[in-house]
Design a protein around this ligand. Structure first.
Ligand SMILES: [Zn+2]
Length: 153
């Protein structure tokens, strides 16, 4: 994950506007591995910037996506998530709590085919769906009513 200074330097190098609001949006997202939505980032930033509008957050995020500084991600929960990690990687999505985790490499790092069925391929999204460890534990506790590590006597 790139530090916020690198992202800001990129924006500046492109001649983009480096406003205080943009810097704060970058800071809020840099190092965040939770794949937040624009609404979540906005709610977090409102504490520090009461006049920050959701529109500004969206516009800033869209601009960063367009320039390749961050990635946009959809996992089927009807929300648009943002990811500061721009290196190719797969995502693990929990089918119960909907949380998104980064899959460890080499998952999602296979080279892209240049063309498939007449399509010039420019990218790939890889989602691995399953139960996260927390949800698996919660489900087995609900089902059994007894923690698995409890000694039997
Ligand atoms: Zn990610």
């Amino acid at each position: 994950v790139r530090p916020v200074e690198a992202i800001i330097a990129d924006v500046r190098a492109r001649g983009g506007k480096v406003t205080a609001q943009r810097v704060l949006v970058c800071e809020a997202l840099a190092g965040d591995r939770s794949h937040p939505t624009a609404e979540q980032l906005h709610a977090r930033l409102r504490a520090r910037l009461p006049h920050l509008s959701l529109t500004t957050v969206y516009a800033t995020l869209s601009d960063l996506v367009a320039c390749g500084d961050i990635q946009r991600l959809q996992t089927g929960d009807g929300q648009v998530h943002f990811d500061p990690e721009t290196e190719p990687h797969a995502h693990l999505v929990c089918v119960r709590c909907q949380r998104i985790h980064d899959a460890p490499p080499p998952l999602g790092r296979e080279p892209l085919p240049s063309g498939v069925a007449g399509f010039a391929i420019s990218g790939r999204t890889e989602l691995l769906l399953g139960l996260c460890p927390e949800c698996a534990a919660a489900l087995s506790a609900e089902a059994g009513g007894r923690p698995t590590d409890q000694p039997r006597t």
